[in-house]
Design a protein around this ligand. Structure first.
Ligand SMILES: [Zn+2]
Ligand SMILES: [Zn+2]
Length: 186
């Protein structure tokens, strides 16, 4: 789905997409599979840029980094973008994708070429960018027992009672696990 940005009227226009849009569904399939999605945004042209505001709502299958169970993660993203024609952005322009020392709260700058906004590419990048590095099924997930591997959310094993950490042949593994899957402080 390509939107011709030169044809957006002065008052702005809004757009809605869902899984009824076959092309967008296809371009998001590698990220969200067959989960439903809703994309809503408005475009409003200014003299030198176009303001884009809206939302993306969908779900993603993730594997919990603590308990290794697959779970369905909600994806709710806000779109707050400034669209600038590529040529208007000089290399040393103060707009850039990740400015150093500038708070990240404001709108992001996205470049476009030939007056075109590729909705599939835009939404794909937004979802991929927001995907967590360390997904957890729940903040309170207790993970797998490092010794016997039971899912400690469902079962209580007695490993901790029977083996002192120092004597366990898996103690090295355990410390690895803690580095790989840090628990967030409460
Ligand atoms: Zn989990
Ligand atoms: Zn155990």
């Amino acid at each position: 789905m390509i939107i011709n940005l030169s044809k957006i009227c002065k008052e702005g226009e809004s757009f809605d997409f869902s899984q009824n849009d076959r092309e967008l569904t296809d371009s998001l399939r590698d990220l969200i599979g067959s989960h439903p999605f809703k994309v809503h945004f408005s475009l409003r042209p200014f003299e030198h840029h176009i303001e884009m505001k809206g939302e993306i709502h969908t779900e993603q299958d993730e594997v919990c980094s603590r308990c290794a169970q697959e779970f369905c993660a909600k994806v709710d993203l806000r779109i707050d973008e400034i669209l600038m024609p590529r040529l208007a952005l000089g290399r040393k322009d103060h707009f850039s994708r990740s400015p150093i020392g500038v708070e990240s709260q404001g709108p992001e700058v996205t470049e476009y070429e030939n007056d075109q906004l590729n909705v599939g590419e835009f939404v794909h990048e937004a979802i991929a960018f927001a995907e967590p590095y360390i997904p957890v099924c729940s903040e309170s997930c207790r993970g797998l027992c490092p010794t016997c591997g039971v899912n400690q959310n469902n079962e209580n094993c007695s490993c901790a009672k029977h083996h002192s950490k120092a004597s366990s042949p898996f103690s090295v593994l355990e410390s690895l696990k803690m580095q790989d899957f840090p628990q967030r402080p409460n």
